[in-house]
Every structure is written in structure tokens, then in C-alpha cells.
Design a binder for this molecule. Structure first.
Ligand SMILES: *[C@@H]1O[C@H](CO)[C@@H](O)[C@H](O)[C@H]1NC(C)=O
Ligand SMILES: *[C@@H]1O[C@H](CO)[C@@H](O)[C@H](O)[C@H]1NC(C)=O
Ligand SMILES: *[C@@H]1O[C@H](CO)[C@@H](O)[C@H](O)[C@H]1NC(C)=O
Ligand SMILES: *[C@@H]1O[C@H](CO)[C@@H](O)[C@H](O)[C@H]1NC(C)=O
Ligand SMILES: *[C@@H]1O[C@H](CO)[C@@H](O)[C@H](O)[C@H]1NC(C)=O
Ligand SMILES: *[C@@H]1O[C@H](CO)[C@@H](O)[C@H](O)[C@H]1NC(C)=O
Ligand SMILES: *[C@@H]1O[C@H](CO)[C@@H](O)[C@H](O)[C@H]1NC(C)=O
Ligand SMILES: *[C@@H]1O[C@H](CO)[C@@H](O)[C@H](O)[C@H]1NC(C)=O
Ligand SMILES: *[C@@H]1O[C@H](CO)[C@@H](O)[C@H](O)[C@H]1NC(C)=O
Ligand SMILES: *[C@@H]1O[C@H](CO)[C@@H](O)[C@H](O)[C@H]1NC(C)=O
Ligand SMILES: *[C@@H]1O[C@H](CO)[C@@H](O)[C@H](O)[C@H]1NC(C)=O
Ligand SMILES: *[C@@H]1O[C@H](CO)[C@@H](O)[C@H](O)[C@H]1NC(C)=O
Length: 451
């Protein structure tokens, strides 16, 4: 009994302490909301001086539950699994799958081309990373600084622009390609859509419910990193497969920028925040684009509350009526003071919040895609069908519980020896360990000998 109790305690300590933590600063990550949880993946770690080696790009997955209130200064981040996840930065993270359960990572700079595929998929149900099979992989050239939008109506993702650029030593090539990945079948397929008005990178693409993708800002293909104009918006209509450019005016047009972020709101506005003008000048301004008029109209929103500092290369999502911003940088490459703090803006009053309170999450919950076939090859969703299923799932639960307790024992023992070894060797932290939870590791070290 006592043994069981101690084991259980150790298990609970492992579950509750080991995975919780404070992510360190990062930029060039991407994120998406699945089932009201924000998943932030990858990005480049902060280092000064800037060292680009195989540890610069991260494979960390961090998860923030948005269906709970929290103090914005201490968001309850949970570390997700990284086994089989690629180390990437400048990639895209999109929602996919028959149940909107998949986090789909495409492209990005990867230091060692770990995976031959430019794709990685995290299944939030099975909590596993995998690589899907494609009919024609030659179509999916690795790229970075591109954008991706998910069309939930037919379960497709549209990727646009960016740079073909595999690693630190390959030659970059800016592209204007538009790719559509069809996830309706077991085997994914991709095909080209029309090319765009410009090649560009570090822009934003936002799909609104009118079936149009709005492209804002970024660096154009022209010499000297020329920036895209903000008073002429390229729009791709998914229903007609056609590009147009629509003028935008307003009393204040936002400055040209890249590394900014844009989100579509539940009421079909586009909000942009932050970004950079060049390597030293960054923005903390917020604009709303109304696309229901012609020309479109920009409005500069004077936000209330504690105005955050300038930020670029951040992750920005809309959760109901709250705009959530996290990670990114606010100075040039070589400075270490990149923020890892999270910002929350209540868009009903445009006030920056100190406490996050979930509000109307259903407004931004995407519909289940109208999918013809499921992505069964890498998405093992158990069917809740017959009665014999519940019997086997009970058995699975018992086996699973026994296995996890055994794992916990082995793991704590292993961890105890590892920590001792680590202490002796005084090794530096490694990305694949949960190194961001130093306080919790000390707790585990105390509890581990009692088994
Ligand atoms: C930011 O990262 C630092 C370590 O780099 C950590 O000490 C701090 O707690 C983190 N802040 C948050 C809000 O997670
Ligand atoms: C990679 O860079 C980090 C600093 O960012 C350094 O600590 C580490 O030793 C480097 N690794 C190699 C193999 O050079
Ligand atoms: C949020 O969580 C509560 C239970 O804690 C649940 O009843 C509710 O449906 C959830 N809301 C959403 C939008 O998922
Ligand atoms: C694969 O895609 C490439 C690039 O689009 C194309 O040239 C080639 O014909 C495709 N191969 C097959 C078998 O479809
Ligand atoms: C970098 O990418 C290029 C192709 O762009 C490839 O030829 C080269 O082998 C890659 N280098 C490494 C270290 O993977
Ligand atoms: C996706 O593939 C399915 C099955 O092949 C097909 O019926 C559907 O039309 C495709 N969707 C698009 C947008 O091409
Ligand atoms: C998805 O379907 C809805 C309802 O039919 C429609 O209003 C919307 O424009 C569609 N979106 C796209 C991207 O086609
Ligand atoms: C925007 O353009 C429209 C049409 O040309 C014009 O009526 C409107 O006054 C302009 N608005 C601003 C703020 O310039
Ligand atoms: C960036 O832009 C600002 C404002 O125009 C200017 O003062 C600064 O010199 C620029 N920095 C660089 C590196 O061009
Ligand atoms: C889904 O795909 C599998 C294998 O390609 C096929 O056997 C099955 O009939 C398909 N189901 C539907 C509903 O299209
Ligand atoms: C992908 O295809 C290969 C060869 O056809 C097969 O061996 C592998 O199991 C497939 N992977 C998945 C995840 O379906
Ligand atoms: C689920 O139940 C239906 C009706 O009993 C049956 O036709 C179907 O084959 C079952 N599906 C699975 C995956 O067991």
C-alpha cells in the first residue's frame, strides 16, 4: 500500500511538475489553436552572440490552455512531446485533420535536414509526431518565411510565398508560388495554384469567411529588401482561383513592415500588430483592416491599458474576443532581450489585460471540415462504435495505467541517476530534456529516492 502510495505520488509529481514550465525566449516560431489550446512549435533560441548550429533551431512544443483564466504574467504553459519532431524556424503551423486535431508543420529552416520530408504532423489526440505520405513529394519543396491558411470547408491548406532555403548554407530564392495541399484523402496531394502579383516573404495571409485570402506586408522580390505597400492589398479568391489587388485607405495607413502578424476576427476584420521596418526599427502599433468596403479601410486603434513594447516575429492568435500574442523579438538579432512574455488584448474594448479570461471561444472555433476520407494513416482516432470496443478500451486503460506507473518508476529511477550523473558532470542543458523546469527537477530529485 505504502509502495503504491509513494509510486502514485511520484507519478503525480512527474505528471504535474515535470511537464509544466517556463519556455525560454524564442522567435520565428509559429502556433495555432486546436480545441481551445494554443500550440506553439519550434523557433530559434535566443543566443548572444548569435550562433547558428544544430541547437539554434528548436523542436520544442509548448501548449497553453485557453479555456481557463490565468495571470498574463505567468501563463500556465505545458511542455508537449518533441520525439520525432524536427528542429525548425520560419515554418508554418496550421490546423488540419478530420477532427481539426492535427498541428501541421510545413517547411522552415532546419539546420541539418533531419527529416527528408518538409512536413511534420503532431496529432493532439495521440500526442505523437509523424510524417505523412504524399503522392508526389517533389511538389513539396522545403521553404521558409511563407504563410499557410487552412480552409475548413474542404480541408485544404494554402501555402503562399516565402523563400526556398533549406539550411544555413543553401542559396535563398524568393518565390511567389501558391500551393494547395488537399488533406481529404489518406494520401495527401499537392498542386500549384496561380502565381501571385509578387514574390514575397515574411508577409501575412488571412483567410476570411468570404473565401478570400488577404496578403499584408512583407518583403518583395525587389532589390534591397523592398517592402510591400500597405495601401494595395493582394487578395486571392479561393472560389475563383484568382488574384486581385484592392486599394486600401484610411486616415492613417500603417507603415510598410515585415515580421508583423495578422489574424482574422470572428466578425471578419483583420487585425495586424507589430513587425519591423528594418533590422533596428520595430512597431508596437495595432491596425484593423475593414475588407467590406472598396477601397478597404485601415483604422489605427489606440489601445488602452499597459501598452506593450514593440515586437516582431511573434505568434498571434484570436481566441474568441481575445487577441493573444506570445514570444517574438523586439530588437535586432544580436540582442538577448527577446520577450517570452505573453500579451492579451480584449478586442471588445481594445484594452491590454493583466488577467486572461476566456470569452466566447466558440466564435473562433473552426467548423469540422467536410472531409471525404480521413487521414487514417497517421491519425489513429479510436472509433467509439460497438460495445466490444468499450471492453477493449477498459482493458487498454488498465494496461495503459499499469504501463504508465511502470514507466514512471523506471523514469524516476532513470531520472535520479541521470540528475546525479548530470550534477557530477556539470553538463550544459540540452534541448531534448525538459530543461526549462529546473525548479520541478529539484523536487523530483528529492522524491525519487523514496521509491
Ligand atoms: C522567460 O524566460 C526566462 C529564462 O530565459 C525565465 O526565467 C522566465 O521565467 C520566463 N518568463 C516567463 C513569463 O515564462
Ligand atoms: C551551439 O551553440 C551553442 C550556443 O548557442 C553552444 O552552447 C553549443 O556548444 C554549440 N554547439 C556546437 C556543437 O558547437
Ligand atoms: C471549457 O471547459 C469547460 C469545462 O471546464 C467545458 O464545459 C466547456 O465546454 C469548455 N468550452 C469550450 C469552448 O471548449
Ligand atoms: C510531381 O510533381 C512535379 C512538380 O510539380 C511534376 O513535375 C511531376 O510531373 C509530378 N509527378 C507525378 C508522378 O505526378
Ligand atoms: C543545405 O541545403 C542544400 C540544398 O539547398 C544541400 O545541398 C546541402 O546538402 C544542405 N546542407 C546540409 C548541411 O544539410
Ligand atoms: C480533395 O480531394 C478530394 C478527394 O480526391 C476531392 O474530392 C476534392 O475535390 C479535393 N479538394 C480540392 C479543393 O481539390
Ligand atoms: C466556406 O463555406 C461557407 C458557407 O458555405 C462560405 O460562406 C465560405 O465562404 C466558405 N469558405 C471558403 C474559403 O470557401
Ligand atoms: C477612402 O476612399 C474612398 C473612395 O475613394 C473615399 O470616399 C474616402 O473618403 C476615403 N477615406 C479616407 C479616410 O481617405
Ligand atoms: C531603420 O529605420 C529608422 C527609421 O526610418 C532609421 O532611423 C534607422 O536608421 C533605420 N535603420 C537601419 C539599419 O536602416
Ligand atoms: C477511404 O479510403 C480507403 C483507402 O483508400 C478506401 O478503402 C475507403 O473506401 C475510403 N472511404 C471513403 C468513405 O471514401
Ligand atoms: C508511407 O509509405 C511507405 C511506403 O509505401 C510505407 O512503408 C509507410 O508505412 C507509409 N507511412 C505511413 C505513415 O503511412
Ligand atoms: C460502426 O457501427 C456501424 C453500425 O453498427 C457499422 O456499420 C460500422 O462498420 C462500425 N464501424 C466500425 C469502424 O466499427
Amino acid at each position: 500500500m505504502r509502495f503504491f502510495f509513494v509510486t502514485l505520488c511520484t507519478y503525480l509529481i512527474l505528471v504535474f511538475c515535470f511537464v509544466k514550465g517556463n519556455p525560454t525566449s524564442r522567435r520565428y516560431q509559429d502556433g495555432a489553436i486546436i480545441d481551445n489550446k494554443l500550440y506553439v512549435f519550434g523557433g530559434r533560441r535566443t543566443s548572444n552572440p548569435l550562433i547558428l548550429n544544430e541547437t539554434a533551431d528548436m523542436n520544442e512544443l509548448w501548449i497553453l490552455n485557453l479555456n481557463q483564466s490565468f495571470d498574463v504574467s505567468t501563463p500556465p504553459w505545458i511542455r508537449g512531446p518533441s520525439t520525432n519532431a524536427p528542429r525548425v524556424a520560419y515554418h508554418t503551423a496550421n490546423v488540419g485533420g478530420a477532427e481539426n486535431e492535427l498541428l501541421i508543420i510545413y517547411g522552415g529552416e532546419t539546420p541539418d535536414l533531419i527529416s527528408s520530408s518538409s512536413y511534420a504532423v503532431f496529432d493532439t489526440k495521440s500526442q505523437k509526431w509523424s510524417t505523412p505520405n504524399f503522392t508526389n513529394t517533389s511538389e513539396l519543396v522545403r521553404r521558409q518565411k511563407h504563410t499557410g491558411v487552412t480552409n475548413f470547408n474542404d480541408s485544404t491548406i494554402i501555402f503562399y510565398g516565402g523563400k526556398r532555403y533549406d539550411n544555413y548554407s543553401s542559396t535563398p530564392q524568393l518565390v511567389d508560388e501558391l500551393f494547395l495541399v488537399n488533406m481529404s484523402t489518406d494520401i495527401w496531394s499537392t498542386y500549384n495554384l496561380p502565381v501571385s502579383p509578387d514574390s514575397r516573404e515574411l508577409h501575412t495571409s488571412t483567410l476570411l469567411s468570404d473565401g478570400k485570402m488577404y496578403v499584408i506586408g512583407g518583403i518583395l522580390n525587389n532589390a534591397n529588401n523592398k517592402l510591400a505597400k500597405m495601401d494595395l492589398i493582394p487578395v486571392f479568391d479561393l472560389k475563383t482561383n484568382q488574384w486581385t489587388r484592392v486599394p486600401a485607405n484610411g486616415s492613417v495607413i500603417p507603415s510598410e513592415r515585415y515580421y508583423h502578424k495578422a489574424v482574422g476576427t470572428w466578425d471578419n476584420k483583420i487585425i495586424i500588430f507589430g513587425g519591423a521596418m528594418n533590422t533596428t526599427s520595430f512597431f508596437n502599433d495595432l491596425y484593423v483592416l475593414d475588407t467590406t468596403t472598396n477601397p478597404y479601410i485601415w483604422t489605427n486603434i489606440i489601445t488602452k491599458g499597459v501598452i506593450p513594447s514593440a515586437r516582431s516575429a511573434h505568434t498571434m492568435v484570436m481566441a474568441g474576443t481575445n487577441l493573444i500574442i506570445t514570444f517574438g523579438k523586439h530588437a535586432d538579432e544580436l540582442k538577448v532581450d527577446f520577450p517570452n512574455n505573453t500579451l492579451v488584448l480584449d478586442t471588445t474594448s481594445y484594452t491590454w489585460q493583466t488577467t486572461y479570461t476566456p470569452n466566447k471561444l466558440e466564435l473562433t472555433t473552426p467548423p469540422k471540415p467536410n472531409i471525404i476520407n480521413t487521414t487514417t494513416s497517421y491519425s489513429p482516432i479510436p472509433s467509439s462504435n460497438s460495445s466490444s470496443d468499450s471492453g477493449s478500451s477498459k482493458l487498454a486503460l488498465i494496461v495503459g495505467a499499469a504501463a504508465s506507473i511502470l514507466c514512471a518508476i523506471l523514469f524516476s529511477a532513470g531520472l535520479f541517476f541521470f540528475l546525479n550523473w548530470k550534477k557530477q558532470r556539470n553538463l550544459l542543458n540540452n534541448d531534448n530534456n525538459y530543461n526549462d523546469t529546473n525548479h520541478e527537477q529539484i523536487k523530483i530529485e528529492i522524491s525519487a529516492p523514496s521509491i
